[in-house]
Write a protein that binds this ligand. Structure first.
Ligand SMILES: *[C@@H]1O[C@H](CO)[C@@H](O)[C@H](O)[C@H]1NC(C)=O
Length: 470
């Protein structure tokens, strides 16, 4: 039968190749220098043996995969039609098994690991930090757009090495990533087993896969490659020209202020009309973890890694047990914007909200600015004063434009429902996570309305977030 012949042929080819490889390894002519040291030879042989064993294991895996494909070509479904491995029409075609091309990158040599570790530990001439950019990819070839922008705006390859981590084994995406060659480091999430998802959550399977991918890739980046700091980027993000300058400028804050645990490029209420487009240098502290282009340190990852959740990781990090009252830095004008996602996040949310986020265009020299005002001790005093000295108004007064007062104003709220209703009328995000409203700091949400600074703020005797608000 044709299928069996095919299988047999593949088997013979692989065995023959392995045998030749083995012969070449063991009968390799030794130089006299190597023979000098018996230990060294022994080491070498041991290493070769290991590699060979691995090679055999790989071959077997490959063969099994091939057998599976031959057995049931119709059952083998990929995410897209182009992912389906073609079954050759005649046995002469068997030599071009496409599976060989998508060999997981981590099966490459230890030299690769050494190379990346050296990058992670490099001392830069100006004493600045090395910050890895970790791009998460799955089955969207549009990751190219994201990587191209990172390469375009990156001020230094040494300072911002790019790692692209792929899940999903989507071949067209893998090819797009591989085409960057040595410009980036490519890693691939090896565990492609189907995750057990509670029946009720079947439609959220994507979130389980994402959490697994994050856990794995962050372990690789921090613990195996030994980077100290990482910026996480997803495959659907546009970035602003000063994206890197923003993270570099805020890096000392993240290192120096233990009440900060992330720097995010994202303003959840960063829509046109709600932001001050003339204040691209303006930054805030926020108790709401924004994500969407964010920087974290190895210390934080060391804290989260061992209890990383199986799904919905972003809402999990927003829980008090993880956040521990720490804040993130976020900009007035977003330094990232999603260009639309077909996948786990729903398209409705994009159409209604995400696509109106204003991406900053003016470059701000953050590394030249004094950002000490963002340190907790300085910020809290100043922020509370600024907010609570602003005169109280109602939404109706704001809307009618009848306020004579120049400068910032405050709309108070004291219940969840009032917050939600007011936020909705103003076009703000009205949801809570673990009781924290989006962009909130000490319960205060800051935004622009018809060119005026407005604070939607709890009463001055605010006692902290109520996690039951949702
Ligand atoms: C990541 O590393 C931590 C700490 O070593 C470990 O507990 C965790 O299981 C790892 N996660 C994954 C997904 O490998």
């Amino acid at each position: 039968m044709r299928k069996n012949q095919l299988c047999f042929f593949a088997c013979v080819t692989l065995c023959l190749w392995a045998a030749v490889t083995y012969y070449l390894f063991t009968h390799r002519p030794m130089s006299t220098k190597v023979v000098d040291s018996a230990f060294k030879v022994e080491d070498n042989i041991e290493e070769l043996e290991l590699r060979l064993k691995k090679q055999f294991a790989d071959n077997e895996q490959l063969l099994n995969r091939l057998k599976d494909i031959i057995k049931s070509p119709n059952e083998w479904k990929g995410d897209s039609p182009s992912e389906v491995v073609p079954v050759p029409d005649n046995e002469n075609d068997v030599a071009v098994v496409p599976v060989v091309e998508v060999k997981p990158p981590q099966e490459e040599s230890d030299d690769e690991l050494k190379r990346v570790r050296a990058i992670a530990q490099r001392q830069l001439p100006d004493g600045g930090p090395v910050i890895a950019v970790l791009v998460f990819a799955c089955n969207r070839v549009t990751v190219k757009k994201c990587i191209d922008q990172l390469l375009k705006y990156r001020p230094s390859a040494e300072q911002f090495p790019i790692i692209v981590s792929q899940d999903c084994r989507h071949k067209p995406t893998a090819e797009v990533i591989a085409a960057y060659g040595n410009e980036i480091t490519r890693i691939e999430q090896p565990d492609q087993t189907e995750i057990e998802v509670p029946p009720k959550e079947k439609k959220f399977r994507g979130y389980f896969n994402i959490a697994r991918h994050y856990g794995w890739a962050l372990n690789e980046t921090f613990f195996r490659f030994s980077f100290n700091t990482v910026i996480i980027v997803e495959d659907d993000l546009d970035i602003s020209p000063d994206f890197f300058e923003y993270f570099l400028g805020t890096f000392p804050l993240l290192k120096g202020d233990p009440t900060l645990w992330c720097v995010s490029a994202w303003n959840d209420n960063g829509k046109v009309g709600l932001v001050d487009e003339n204040a691209p240098e303006l930054l805030y502290r926020t108790d709401f973890f924004p994500g969407l282009g964010w920087m974290l340190t190895r210390d934080l990852w060391a804290e989260l890694a061992s209890k990383w959740p199986p799904s919905y990781w972003d809402d999990w990090v927003r829980q008090p047990e993880q956040r521990k009252n720490r804040a993130c830095i976020r900009p007035e004008l977003s330094r990232t914007r999603t260009f639309g996602k077909v996948g786990v996040s729903n398209g409705h949310f994009f159409e209604k909200h995400l696509k109106f986020i204003k991406l900053n265009e003016k470059t701000v020299p953050f590394t030249q600015l004094n950002l000490d005002y963002l340190l907790k001790d300085n910020y809290d005093v100043q922020f509370v004063k600024q907010v609570y000295e602003s005169p109280v108004i109602t939404y109706q007064e704001l809307k009618s434009g009848s306020i004579v007062h120049e400068g910032s104003v405050r709309i108070p709220y004291h219940t969840k429902d009032i917050y939600k209703r007011t936020a909705k009328m103003l076009g703000l995000m009205d949801d809570f996570r673990s009781g924290v409203p989006r962009t909130g700091y000490r319960g205060v949400v800051s935004f622009m309305y018809k060119g005026r600074r407005v604070y939607l703020a709890p009463t001055a005797n605010w006692k902290g977030y109520d996690p039951t608000w949702s």
